[in-house]
Structures are given as C-alpha cells and as structure tokens.
Ligand binder design. Structure first.
Ligand SMILES: CC(C)(COP(=O)(O)OP(=O)(O)OC[C@H]1O[C@@H](n2cnc3c(N)ncnc32)[C@H](O)[C@@H]1OP(=O)(O)O)[C@@H](O)C(=O)NCCC(=O)NCCS
Length: 278
C-alpha cells in the first residue's frame, strides 16, 4: 500500500471516483478535482492510498482557524470496504504532515452514532471532544446519512498530546469497561429482537467518569426501525449537550464483545486536557 499526496490531474479525477465509491455519493456531493487541487497546493492535504496503482482510500483536509489557532480541518477520510486498516495509515500520514508544518491540531466532525467511526477516532487516534453540533450540514443525501438529522461531534486531534503519541508508539493501554473506576452510567439499554434501545437515562450524574452507550450498528437500526434510530439521535443529543454544558468531555470509546454482541460506550470525564490517567 502506498500513501501519498496527489499530484497529477489523473489522480485528482481518480479521487472523485474513489469518493463516489466509498460514500455512494452522486455527482453533486463529490468534491470536484478543481477544488481538490488548490486545497492540496495551498497548505492543505489531499492524500490517496494506492494498491497496485488503484486508489482505494482518500483523505482531504484544509488549513483553517479554530479558536484562533491555525490548524487542519479534515473534511473526509475513507477507504473502500475491503481495505479496512488503511484509514489509520492515512491519518498517520496526515499527522506527520501537520507536524512538518509546525502545527499541532487537526479537527473534524463525525456522526456520533456511527460506532465504528467513534471507536476509530477516540480509541485508535486519541481525539477528544466537547462540542456537539446540531444538524451540522442540514439534510444529507448520501446513503450513510439519509434519514437522520446530521448532528455531529466536533473532535480535536492534538497530534503531539501524550495520549496521541502513546497510541502512535503502541504503548497506550485501552481501558477495559468493567475496570473503569467510579464510572456513572448515563443510560441503561435493552435489546429486543436484536435491536438495542435506551431503557433509562440519568442526566444528573456528577461522577468523575461517565459511560454513554450507543448502538453498535445504527445503520441496521435505521433499516429495521427508523423511529428507534431517531430516538437514539434525540437521546444522545440531549446527553452530549447536557454533560458538555456541565464541563464533561468525551475522551475515549470502548467497544467490547459481551454475550456475542458488540457493546460500544463513550467515556466522558471532566478536565480532559489535564488528567492523563485512563
Ligand atoms: C472511518 C474509516 C476511514 C476508518 O478506517 P480504517 O483504518 O479502515 O479503520 P477500521 O474500520 O479498520 O477500524 C475501525 C475500528 O473500529 C472497530 N469497529 C468495527 N466495527 C465497529 C463497531 N460497530 N463499533 C465499534 N467499533 C467497531 C474495528 O474493530 C476497528 O478497530 P480494531 O482495528 O481495533 O479492530 C473507514 O472505516 C471508512 O472508510 N469508513 C467509511 C467512510 C467514513 O465513514 N469516513 C468517516 C467520515 S468522513
């Protein structure tokens, strides 16, 4: 696998095609090649992952300001289904590039109900978040987003932070759910006919650490019962907004098999920037 910055007109056009294949975008939703090029050549970064000369993954990020800090905003990262693992390599290349520019921050947004993205962002890369964006893009037309309001978490990837460096070096110990000390449980859930939904909700916890469970396959729930998917959006929006206002941040995600079912939890805590313990 070769990960590299795009250079030629043919590569920018291939990037459009790969984007369409990954997200099932129609023509209107693709970032056009004539926009990709200036992004890439004016301080931003457009990467392709190539397998035997074919582009199987892409990353597009541009220079931006966040709270007055020059940084990269990463707009899309994606790989074709059968190349899982390549997304991680694309993000590592982005990290190296940003550091080479003397910058320390990459931001992006993602749908907090997409559990594999949540795990990828928090557990594997080490982002943190305390910003919830309601209906960020308005209505989305692509197959992944269709049906639910486009709420997003804005994540901050401090590429030189200790927790990020330890992940890059492979020395970060991912916490085990049952061993997280003094964790308050925000929502109890129950599964009926293979569909997990919220059974109870506590918005008044003050524990040092909190656990928020999300479904491990919201896309399946969307197909099976849109009302339950919508309920997940409404409840998680309320939870994130309540606890972010109370000073909590999301600092990690665990995803473990329990009784042959994957269970995924956001981990929240206060003082996320100071507290280095798991
Ligand atoms: C997001 C993306 C780039 C990640 O790339 P990747 O390096 O291939 O990452 P993987 O999908 O292999 O890894 C994701 C991790 O989530 C875990 N995971 C898989 N399904 C999961 C689920 N339902 N819930 C929680 N975690 C899950 C995987 O086990 C993996 O962790 P592991 O390596 O420890 O096993 C890739 O999944 C992708 O292209 N998705 C489609 C496009 C997209 O949604 N992009 C993000 C928004 S722009």
């Amino acid at each position: 696998m070769i990960i590299k910055r795009l250079e030629t007109p043919e590569e920018y056009t291939a990037c459009e095609k790969t984007m369409k294949a990954i997200w099932k975008f129609d023509d209107r939703d693709v970032i056009p090649h004539h926009v990709l090029k200036p992004i890439n050549e004016q301080g931003g970064l457009v990467l392709g992952a190539f397998e035997n000369g074919t582009m199987v993954g892409i990353l597009v990020g541009f220079l931006a300001f966040y709270k007055g800090e020059l940084h990269h905003h990463s707009h899309v990262t994606g790989v074709l289904d059968r190349y899982k693992g390549v997304g991680y390599q694309l993000k590592q290349k982005q990290r190296e590039f940003v550091i080479s520019q003397g910058l320390e921050l990459v931001t992006w947004t993602f749908d907090p109900l997409q559990s594999s993205n949540a795990y990828f962002n928090f557990a594997k890369l080490g982002v943190v978040s305390s910003t919830y964006c309601e209906n960020y893009y308005g209505e989305m037309r692509d197959s992944l987003n269709r049906g639910l309001v486009s709420d997003r978490l804005l994540v901050e990837w401090r590429v030189k932070a200790d927790d990020v460096v330890r992940r890059v070096e492979g020395t970060f110990q991912q916490p085990i759910l049952d061993k997280i000390p003094q964790a308050g449980i925000i929502n109890e859930t129950e599964s009926r006919d293979g569909i997990r939904k919220c059974a109870s909700l506590n918005l008044r916890l003050t524990n040092k650490r909190l656990l928020l469970e999300i479904p491990s396959d919201i896309n399946n729930i969307k197909e099976e019962d849109m009302r339950i998917a919508q309920e997940w959006r409404d409840i998680t929006r309320q939870i994130f907004e309540t606890y972010f206002s109370a000073g909590y941040s999301v600092y990690n995600v665990t995803s473990e098999m329990k009784d042959e079912e994957r269970r995924t939890y956001y981990l929240l805590r206060k003082d996320v920037h100071e507290d280095k313990s798991n």
